[in-house]
Ligand binder design. Sequence first.
Ligand code: FAD
Ligand code: UDP
Length: 369
Amino acid sequence: MKHYDYLIVGCGLFGSVVARELTERKKTCLVIDKRNHIGGNIYTEHINDIVVHKYGAHIFHTDNKQVWDYINSFAEFNRYTNSPLANYKGELYNLPFNMNTFYQIWGVRTPAEAISKIETQRLEACIEKPRNLEEQAIFLVGKDIYEKLIKGYTEKQWARSAIDLPAFIIQRLPVRFTFDNNYFDAKYQGIPIGGYTSIIEKMLAKADVVLNVDYFSDKVYLDSLADNIICTGEIDRYFDYCYGTLEYRSLKFETTLLKNQTNFQGNAVVNYTDSDTQYTRIIEHKHFEYGRQPDTVITKEYPVTFAEGEEPYYPINDSDNNRLYESYRQLSLQQKGVYFGGRLAEFKYYDMDRIIERALKFVLQLESK
Ligand code: FAD
Ligand code: UDP
């Protein structure tokens, strides 16, 4: 068997950007993945000529021009702007929280009226300094929107009361006093025409790739194949859970092809924000690329408890888990020739642009060693 400069465990976006940059620098790379496809969670596949985001909606958005230029060097992006709708017991509202939402909820027509409504509800709830997600949400948009559009969705998503969740989760969403349904504030946004998988194929073009291999099933042998290891899998698993298990939320995706139905919901993303509907959202994939196919494909996304055999999707970054992760991080610094990166190895929810930023920086750091 050939000997490599690097064994990269995981060919998600982090592993693939690193493989691309290292092979461009004439390093040899073997990339393995336990799944039967490349791309990790950004993998897309074609069903009846429709690009399907197999692991949930992936919309590229960034403020970083270098990252935007980098990803555009692998694919042409369209002008897609994410504007999800919220369905609360059959009532439809625009997201993120903006003047359209405030009009739909309260009938207010001006920013001053909306601000005054929110201020009144904030005072009624006596919140000056939010201590948890519930307080943060009421502080930002008032009690009515919290109860219809946030509480049910959040508690399904995280299986915890909003009082027990950190405030920062909701700070990801913009609150705007303009009639603007753009879900992201980022300067650059779009979907790669034809999907993400061909981007990953291009990144891995000069690396050797082996799929369906779990690193831990043959670690000693796989380690012997390379001088250095780059691990993008779960950091606690790497250390055999010696300090305990990090917690995640998992998801189940239920994908259905609707033959001879051109348009199921009229929008790419509809969130279901009540607590009775089991799923959090329905994605209708063709709308990411303004598709006109005769059929459509939808995916319902169900939050589920993370257990052995389930995919770890969302790290639960509360203080206990963050402390545990820090112990593993300290241990990882003592490993010679083994490096850790990506959302599982760093136990952090990173958007794709941040992953690219970090992977590019990581390679520069390797180079300077
Ligand atoms: P991953 O994609 O998880 O790749 C890690 C790879 O390592 C996987 O393929 C895994 O199979 C493999 N692996 C793990 N352990 C082993 C092992 N032991 N042996 C072999 N292989 C192993 N970001 C955005 O910017 N915009 C969005 O709209 C967006 N939407 C998202 C929606 C959802 C539902 C989720 C979960 C994430 C979303 N993201 C989004 C984030 C995006 O998915 C991540 O930024 C990106 O996928 C992280 O890449 P990664 O390589 O770190 O991780
Ligand atoms: N959120 C919500 N209602 C929505 C959409 C989002 O309450 O309709 C909250 C929820 O707590 C979620 C957080 O905002 O976890 C971040 O939302 P985002 O869309 O960034 O992430 P995701 O839904 O993918 O977790």
